[in-house]
Design a protein around this ligand. Structure first.
Ligand code: BES
Ligand code: MN
Ligand code: MN
Length: 460
């Protein structure tokens, strides 16, 4: 272990320089304009895995973007850890809100990161995080201290719903066989308070369209006498929540697993300052489902949110017009018990009933995924807890996360393995937003901690 940590200390600057190279490639999976960049990123990841000492490194074709695979199998009688991550990133827009180019990584100091943070799209989600595993592996491998077998599966479509990964996993069960999956694509509570995500929410994502007349019309000539799809859509969306912040779709809560009083009491112990929370995002008050705390609303309760809404005139100045169409993109975050397909169907059946007969409503389902929970009794959780507790010098807590990594539930179904979500990001990294960044403290703490996970997992 000492040799591994020594190797890390001696190579810190190089690790950072290599990450910077990776962050320069705009691997935006959602936008076809970046197709070649996404493919180039896969090649770069493969190159890094080889340089770290992985064998049988492959850029595996799928029906979408490739999965990068690599392995080091030292002894069949030892456990195998499968590391999962994603090399694709979210679109960088709105570009004008970035203080430096999203694909021109720079190190800047912030209040939370006086030692510096690396600013770039993908720095925290997830290039900076999966790269910690490549470097921790390199350190263990080159210092002769890799304690078990390791496999890497780094995909390029996580941010667009992992559409090809399910098939890849089903077709490669033997190759991907493992004892535990290790993922760094989530957060810790703070730099002082380590935590392990023991839950992820599921997702159902739909797009809706409301059509009125066949053409856009003068809002003076026709206004008041004809359906206005934007007015109608707003009313329909408003009806999806009641005054207590509960979702009104019939049957929506039927399968929700409620937490025990003990679990809720444990959650209430997580350090949380409402004032800091509000200040950090610039809101004067919070809102949400009645009867639940902010942490609960953002992790163990299902939600429904409009992610985008458009139609009519959105250019400069004023144009008087009644649009023929209105659109919205809506996400529902799901919790254990809820089935994404069932929830999508409930939405598809219910939403059109909220419309007047003057319009036509279409609902187009997008991707979805099941929620995930890891019991704290799991050997993988225990190893992660020991590892983080050791390197942070403070006991790591279990915490349910609000985000989704839909493929994690599928890993359990297809490979029969649990996933440990040992992420090192912070809420304040603003993933998916302008000025995404990843603290150098977090990056190096991750590289330092991962070898301890391997050690304790193999010993445990
Ligand atoms: N890394 C995130 C998920 C995440 C973030 C989990 C923070 C917990 C805390 C992942 O890359 C992501 O953004 N997932 C998407 C889902 C996907 C289907 C687009 C999400 O949660 O919106
Ligand atoms: Mn991610
Ligand atoms: Mn993401």
């Amino acid at each position: 272990m000492d040799e591994t940590q020594k190797f890390i200390t001696e190579n810190k600057q190089r690790f950072l320089d290599e990450l910077i190279e990776l962050l320069k490639i705009p691997s935006v999976s959602a936008d076809p304009a970046f197709n070649q960049d996404v493919l180039n990123t896969a090649d770069k990841v493969a190159e890094y895995l080889k340089a770290a000492g992985a064998d049988n490194v492959e850029v595996c074709e799928t029906s979408g973007y490739p999965v990068v695979y690599g392995e080091k199998l030292i002894d069949a009688s030892l456990p195998t850890v499968l590391v999962y991550g994603h090399y694709d990133v979210q679109p960088a827009d709105p570009l004008e809100l970035w203080e430096s180019g999203p694909f021109e990584p720079v190190i800047k100091k912030t209040e939370i990161h006086p030692e510096g943070a690396i600013f770039a799209r993908g720095s925290a989600d997830d290039k900076g995080q999966f790269f910690m595993h490549v470097k921790a592996f390199e350190a263990m491998n080159k210092s002769g201290q890799l304690p078990c077998n390791i496999k890497f599966m780094i995909e390029g479509e996580e941010e667009v719903g992992s559409s090809s990964l399910g098939e890849f996993v089903r077709n490669n069960k033997e190759k991907l066989k493992n004892d535990i999956i290790l993922i760094s694509d989530t957060e810790i509570i703070s730099k002082e308070q380590p935590s392990i995500s023991v839950g992820l929410r599921g997702l159902s994502y739909v797009e809706v369209e409301v059509k009125g007349a066949d053409l856009d019309m003068h809002s003076g000539v026709y206004g008041g006498a004809v359906p206005n799809p934007l007015n109608v859509l707003s009313r329909m969306i408003a009806k999806l929540h009641d005054d207590d912040g509960r979702i009104t779709i019939p049957g929506f809560y039927d399968d929700v697993e409620e937490l025990s009083e003990q679990d809720r009491a444990d959650m209430a112990k997580i350090p949380f300052s409402l004032d800091n929370y509000k200040k950090s995002i610039g809101i004067s008050d919070i809102q949400g489902e009645k009867g639940y705390s902010t942490i609960e609303r953002a992790s163990i309760r299902p939600t429904l949110d409009v992610n985008g809404m458009w139609g009519g005139y959105i250019g400069k100045g004023a144009k008087t017009v009644i649009a023929s169409h209105a659109f919205a993109k809506i996400s529902m975050r799901l919790v254990p018990g809820q089935d994404p397909e069932k929830i999508t169907k409930l939405f598809v059946d219910y939403f059109p009933t909220l419309a007047p007969s003057s319009v036509v409503v279409k609902v187009i389902p997008h991707h979805g995924g099941q929620a995930y929970v890891l019991p704290t009794s799991d050997k993988g959780f225990q190893a992660a807890k020991k590892a983080m507790t050791e390197t942070f010098g403070k006991e790591a807590l279990p915490a349910r996360g609000g985000g989704s990594i839909p493929i994690v539930a599928l890993f359990e179904k297809e490979l029969g393995s649990k996933s440990v979500l040992m992420g090192f990001g912070l809420n304040s990294d603003v993933i998916h937003s302008p000025n995404e960044h990843f603290g150098l403290f977090n990056f190096y703490k991750g590289i330092e901690t991962i070898p301890y996970f391997f050690k304790y997992y193999v010993e445990g």
